[in-house]
Ligand binder design. Structure first.
Ligand code: PLP
Ligand code: ZN
Length: 422
């Protein structure tokens, strides 16, 4: 299953896959690599949940007993409220009445399972993952089903975001990086663990398993709608989900049974931290160089903190800029008060709670309707990337996770190694 070749988007070279995430010829990873699957048509296999897309995932087997799925349905009440005829919701999170069963309440669970599975198939023994919250939650909760050892690096200041309903499995270790560190500092720390301790980096957006995993949301929707939607709305921090949707749309075009028009991406961020929106509105491939202090101040003012990546893969080949350009897409800047309104709107119309990031996406759809960026007859897919946390708390208790080790941003790796072996 999932037979594929890895190709570099820059030099076009074929790359042998030993859990390889960057082109060996093209240097510092300024380009994405892409999977080319043997099967050109989407033929889901007969298993429950997201693994039914195994032929288009870079894995041989459906692993870890993961049965998470996206709930896709046609909206009745919200769509009527917005004056739309064909609004589809891809709901990722916990909503048992609609068979949405992601207990960390975000689509990041679709990144975790195939990453672990691909890693174990390639003989990888350990992985290090930097995260500001949701990625850590998804990977920690999936880790117990795989043999790979997981090291999660989180900023200490974000530790109270690490809530789970289950226990931390034995093969997952949480390293908190102290003082005023943020996500970018956690990334730098994880890179040192890779360079100095040889712990394999999961490589974020560069990892095809993560992108293809997120792409299953789009595949699930296309199967339900029976065609590629005209528009795709998502809030972005890194933009990995947007890139994944674009790549899934491209594969479905080649399939020939889902229409012949690529999707248009509508991606959004939370004002005042909107680096990608600003660059896109300036027609620029490059993010504006901003002073770190100013960035951190802007970040502290947004509600949807999962959208605050300071180094998103916007400029790289095959990244957010290229996908937006190819799809003739749009970007939206959403204010905190619009998030509040969107949350109420969704609760009133669809009757479930959604996370701030999903509110950003919904607010962007409202903006698009007002500014006629979409037509009322268009087929629209709204990715609710995270929802149902309040619904989940009716059924399960959640608790904040304890870090195994608290480090400083410049803790020596030798000292970390000692601490880890204790
Ligand atoms: C991570 C995350 C996003 C942003 O996803 P990217 O595509 O990686 O930018 C949006 N919503 C939720 C709930 C998330 O956890
Ligand atoms: Zn290359």
């Amino acid at each position: 299953m999932g037979e594929y070749e890895l190709l570099c988007l820059s030099c076009g070279n074929k790359i042998p896959d030993g859990f390889t995430n960057k082109c060996p010829s093209c240097g510092k990873g300024q380009t994405l690599i892409r999977t080319e699957y043997k099967e050109k048509q989407l033929n889901p296999i007969n298993v429950r949940g997201f693994w039914r897309f195994l032929p288009w995932l870079p894995c041989l087997e459906a692993g870890g007993g993961f049965e998470g799925k996206t709930a896709v349905y046609k909206s009745l009440v919200l769509s009527k409220e917005l004056g739309l005829r064909n609004l589809y919701i891809a709901f990722n999170g916990y909503w048992p009445e609609r068979e949405a069963n992601l207990k960390t309440c975000t689509f990041k669970e679709f990144e975790a399972a195939p990453t672990f599975q691909r890693a174990s198939e390639k003989g990888i023994k350990n992985l290090v993952l930097p995260s500001a919250g949701n990625t850590a939650r998804a990977f920690i909760s999936a880790a117990g089903n795989f043999e790979v050892e997981l090291f999660v690096v989180v900023p200490y200041s974000h530790i109270n975001r690490l809530k789970l309903s289950g226990e931390v499995p034995d093969n997952a270790r949480i390293i908190a990086v102290n003082a005023d560190c943020d996500y970018s500092d956690a990334i730098a720390f994880a890179n040192r663990m890779t360079n100095e301790l040889g712990i394999v980096n999961e490589d974020g957006v560069h990892n095809v398993a993560r992108r293809e995993g997120l792409g299953t949301v789009f595949l699930e929707a296309a199967l339900h709608i029976e065609r590629i939607p005209d528009h795709y709305f998502q809030a972005v921090g890194s933009g990995t989900g947007g890139i994944a949707a674009w790549e899934a749309s491209s594969r479905l075009l080649a399939d020939c049974r889902f229409g012949n028009k690529p999707v248009k991406l509508h991606l959004s961020q939370n004002h005042p931290f909107t680096p990608m929106v600003d660059a896109w509105k300036n027609g620029s491939r490059d993010l504006e160089k901003m002073h770190e202090e100013n960035q951190k101040k802007a970040i502290s003012e947004v509600n949807a903190h999962v959208l605050t990546n300071r180094n998103p893969p916007y400029s790289i080949k095959g990244g957010v800029y290229d996908c937006l350009k190819s799809s003739d897409g749009n970007m939206y800047s959403i204010k905190n008060n619009e998030i509040v309104d969107a949350k109420i709107l969704f609760l009133d119309t669809e009757e479930i709670d959604i996370q701030p990031a999903s509110c950003v996406a919904l607010a962007s759809l409202c903006n698009a309707v007002e500014s006629n960026n979409v037509d009322k007859n268009d087929i629209i897919l709204l990715n609710i990337t995270g929802g149902g946390a309040e619904r989940l708390s009716e059924d399960f208790e959640t608790h904040v996770l304890e870090p195994d080790i608290i480090c400083d941003k410049d803790t020596e790796m030798e000292d970390l190694k000692d601490a880890l072996s204790r």
